[in-house]
Ligand binder design. Structure first.
Ligand code: RIB
Ligand code: CA
Length: 342
């Protein structure tokens, strides 16, 4: 039985790679791609998602425009990371498919209510669409099968401020609504995804296949590689969003720990910071180190009161990057072979 997936995106180079991985995975039934403002403005993100689906002849999959701006904060985009178009140096033709008329928030609500307990919701963007879907139809929290979120920086510096990861920084109020919703959430933080990298040798391997698909991946990631080299001094590029999608396919690649994650959304100085707490005996923090992989002595000094909110997410603490990258590149090769250059 195929796995029903909804991808909520801000395409974005790594968002585009997540869309391609979904298409390259016969186990998945990609029901729709919803879009919000983030890496690039909403309209550009919608056009990019449509073009990527057209590249692999999947125009039948609806791309639904969602909310353009964060709930309260001003728009914040990332042209330095993803390029002016949002897809780096790649140039794709506009899709000729008719525009989907359904709003992204309504698409999420409908897909979840139509198939209770069957849909994996994978937000890899600011959480504005998800937050408004919860506000518009609160019952979706009870019918979603799982929510696998790419976002947050828990025990490492952020990639947008010294404290905050991009998706959670752009709309921290939406992230707060989602994190406190009670949905069955898995959080894939920047802690993990920053080390899940494509390198030039992966791109060279793909370019051995003459296809518009490999040409697109190479052009998009060439900008992304340049950005990572200039910004982080690394020769690879972090493919954050495909990691979240991968957990619908291969959950065994991740180790998770049930914890409490909250987000700062009121202090201008620390806005977007994700705060990890554990729910355990107030005076005896966890001793074994398989609790999120941190030794008890490393645990951040968090709430010591007896009263603590319950755990709200399964935090990914370890990920089998090597296995995933091989599977990702292999699936991109297989996808490209379906579309040889004429
Ligand atoms: O911090 C990385 C995340 O922010 C990724 O989803 C990237 O596409 C951007 O949306
Ligand atoms: Ca994204």
């Amino acid at each position: 039985m195929t796995i029903r997936v909804l991808l909520d995106t801000d395409p974005g180079i790594d968002d585009a790679l997540a869309i391609l991985l979904a298409i390259a995975s016969p186990e998945l039934d990609l029901r729709a791609v919803t879009v919000t403002g983030g890496n690039c403005p909403l309209a550009a993100g919608v056009a990019n998602a449509r073009s990527v689906l057209a590249l692999v002849q999947q125009q039948r999959i609806p791309v639904c425009a969602g909310v353009a701006l964060p709930l309260i904060r001003p728009a914040f985009t990332a042209a330095e990371t993803h390029g002016a178009s949002g897809l780096g140096y790649a140039i794709l033709p506009q899709s000729a498919a008719p525009f989907a008329s359904e709003h992204g928030v309504d698409c999420i609500i409908r897909e979840l209510l139509d198939a209770p307990g069957q849909v994996s919701l994978v937000p890899v963007a600011p959480l504005t669409n998800i937050a408004l879907a919860i506000r518009k139809e609160p019952s979706i929290v009870d019918v979603v099968k799982e929510v696998i979120i790419m976002g947050g920086a828990v025990r490492v510096d952020g990639n947008t401020t010294s404290l905050a990861e991009f998706n959670f920084f752009v709309d921290p109020h939406a992230a707060h609504i989602v994190l406190t919703s009670g949905m069955p959430m898995t959080l894939v933080p920047w802690d993990i995804t920053r080390d899940v990298m494509l390198y030039q040798h992966h791109i060279d391997r793909l370019l051995a296949i003459d296809s518009p698909v490999t040409e697109f991946i190479a052009a998009a990631t060439r900008f992304y590689l340049d950005f990572h080299q200039a910004s982080f001094g690394v020769a690879g590029c972090s493919i954050n969003d495909p990691v979240a999608l991968a957990l619908t396919l291969w959950p065994e690649l991740a180790t998770t720990q049930s914890v409490r994650i909250d987000i700062e959304y009121s202090s201008e100085l620390t806005i977007g910071k994700t705060v990890l707490s554990y729910v355990g005996d107030a005076t005896h923090p966890p001793r074994d180190t398989d609790m999120t992989g941190y030794a008890a002595a490393e645990w951040p000094a968090t709430w010591r009161s007896k009263q603590r909110p319950a755990h709200n997410v399964k935090l990914v603490t370890h990920f089998d990057t090597e296995t995933f990258i091989e599977r990702f590149v292999s699936r991109m090769e297989a996808l490209a072979r379906l579309f040889p250059r004429d």
